[in-house]
Design a protein around this ligand. Structure first.
Ligand code: NAP
Length: 494
């Protein structure tokens, strides 16, 4: 029996059975209209894990009505109490870390070690925003002509609509829910259809932590467009925050124009990873393993294109290939597994297509290059060298464990190539020359740069992209701004 074919362990069954599977509306668990449900699949086996409620448009609007009804009281809730709810939720997540990690691995496929890291990262957004809830301040000024005063206050924007992807099932939610709770906004959140269980488990935790009914409402559905469009176009919604593909983000920006919603968009990426001749090659390989293989390559921040200076290209490619070759592939529930399956058959097909295209255009396969056989959606760690500039994977997100390497010799030419994309989320630079590091970081057209570092994500830092990678920032001091409006009061007679 291969690692892909192991039967479910009793603990897996217990964790899945314990997870809520209904909609969470107005503080109550309820069925979708006509009791509709859909299947959630384990991507490592293709087998059904369980069924969850399949919301329709009326359920979505009921969730928005609950959020709208709760908004006024929630905005009046003392900031300290809002922060303390987040803090309690942080502690509950930490206490249930193992079960939540296993649940995430079962529905998403990533290895347990990565699920554990994500649960920790996700919980940190609650701790960070628990601390920010009490730091929402304003301004006071004497008018320049001395007549009158300016009072500037910050108020919650109102009910927020949140849509999240499957690749980070909890962190992409806590990155939005944390600041919304801190700011005093209510919410309707729809997780990706592939990974609803983690978010439903989080809703139960927030309820246990004391979040009042109606503040957070969760809608699970396999008809995202049909359910969410009426919610986005409804005048009770005041904010839309989306993490997902650029194509869907564009459509949602159009929909949000109707009610002139405040929008935040965390969209796709096409990260370049630059290794200069003066780089510490071993450090660059360590960084490349993180930037490429974290989340099986299914991350918006994943290094999509490696540009390596000709002087170190052979050493870098050889060492990266050795590390990629040594990774253990299998069902993520075993502690020794380092590469799990891709999320579904479509994703496996897309990676296959992109690799085939690159090879047809002249790239050489140094490692991997063929999808796994048997059950589950496995694609092996793959290294391609000599990837030509016209290969599709230099323009499109690979979202899989494929390192595409090209060599360069000229700094300006590689910067032009790195910036030659409509995306602008993150880039990575390896150099030991401080001046080059600063110069190149300034020239790269991305919202974030990893300078001698393969991971940039941190709840205390502003995460987000430029160009078609999005609008707004999540995390850091600015993360809460996305959920606040500024009101200016002109005080006369003073
Ligand atoms: P996706 O297809 O855009 O889906 C994202 C979310 O949008 C899911 O909940 C999906 O629901 C929903 N959705 C799809 N069509 C919709 C519609 N017409 N109306 C309303 N909602 C709709 O993206 P994905 O494949 O799940 O995630 C991968 C993408 O997310 C990649 O492009 C990645 O780069 C990006 N991402 C960006 C960041 C960032 O911070 N910049 C972070 C993580 C991921 P269903 O599941 O039901 O289709």
């Amino acid at each position: 029996m291969s690692a892909h074919e192991q039967p479910s362990h009793p603990r897996e069954t217990t964790v899945v059975e314990a997870a809520p599977k209904q909609l969470f509306i107005g503080g109550k668990w309820c069925s979708a209209g006509q009791d509709r449900t859909y299947d959630v699949e384990d991507p490592a086996t293709g087998r059904t894990l369980c069924t969850v409620a399949d919301a329709d448009a009326d359920d979505g609007l009921a969730a928005l009505a609950a959020a709208d009804q709760a908004q006024h009281d929630w905005a009046q809730h003392p900031p300290r109490q809002r922060g303390e709810i987040l803090r309690r939720a942080f502690e509950l997540i930490t206490a249930r870390h193992e079960d939540l990690s296993l649940l995430m691995t079962l529905e998403m496929g990533k290895p347990l070690a990565e699920s554990r890291a994500e649960i920790t990262y996700a919980a940190e957004f609650f701790r960070w925003f628990a601390e920010e809830a009490v730091r929402i301040d304003g301004d006071y000024a004497v008018a320049p002509n001395g007549k009158g005063r300016f009072l500037v206050m910050r108020q919650p924007v109102g009910p927020a609509v949140m849509i999240t992807p499957w690749n980070f099932p909890m962190a992409m939610g806590t990155r939005k829910i944390g600041p919304a709770i801190a700011a005093g906004c209510t919410m309707v959140l729809k997780p990706a259809h592939q990974t609803p269980l983690t978010m439903l488990a989080l809703a139960a935790i927030l309820s246990e932590a004391g979040l009042p009914d109606g503040v957070l409402n969760i809608i699970t559905s396999q008809s995202a467009g049909r359910v969410m469009e009426p919610v986005i176009r409804d005048p009770r919604a005041r904010k839309l925050t989306f993490t997902g593909s650029t194509a869907v983000g564009r459509r949602l920006i159009e929909q949000s124009a109707e009610q002139v919603l405040k929008t935040s968009m965390e969209l796709g990426g096409n990260a370049p990873f630059l290794v200069f001749a003066d780089a510490d090659v071993d450090a660059a390989v360590d960084g490349a393993m993180l930037a490429k293989m974290r989340n099986i390559g299914e991350a918006c921040t994943a290094a999509n294109r490696f540009y390596v200076h000709a002087d170190v290209a052979e050493e870098f490619s050889r060492k990266l290939t050795d590390r990629m070759r040594s990774l253990r592939i299998g069902r993520g529930v075993s502690d020794d597994i380092e590469v799990g399956p891709l999320i579904d058959a479509d994703q496996c097909d897309k990676v296959t297509e992109l690799v085939t295209d690159a090879v047809e255009r002249g790239a050489e396969v140094v490692l991997g290059g063929r999808r796994g056989e048997g059950q589950g959606h496995f694609y092996p760690p793959t290294v391609l060298t000599g990837v030509p500039a016209d290969a599709r994977l230099t323009r499109e997100e690979i979202f899989g464990p494929v390192a595409a390497i090209t060599t360069f010799t000229d700094e300006q030419a590689v910067l032009d190539e790195a910036n030659n994309t409509e995306y602008g989320l993150v880039s990575y630079v390896y150099t030991q020359d401080l001046h080059r590091g600063i110069r190149v970081s300034e020239a790269l057209e991305t919202g974030m740069v990893g300078l001698n570092q393969g991971v940039v994500s941190n709840p205390a830092a502003p995460f987000g992209g430029v160009k078609h990678s999005g609008l707004g920032r999540e995390g850091g001091k600015v993360g809460i701004e996305e959920f606040l409006e500024t009101k200016y009061v002109a005080v006369g007679g003073v």
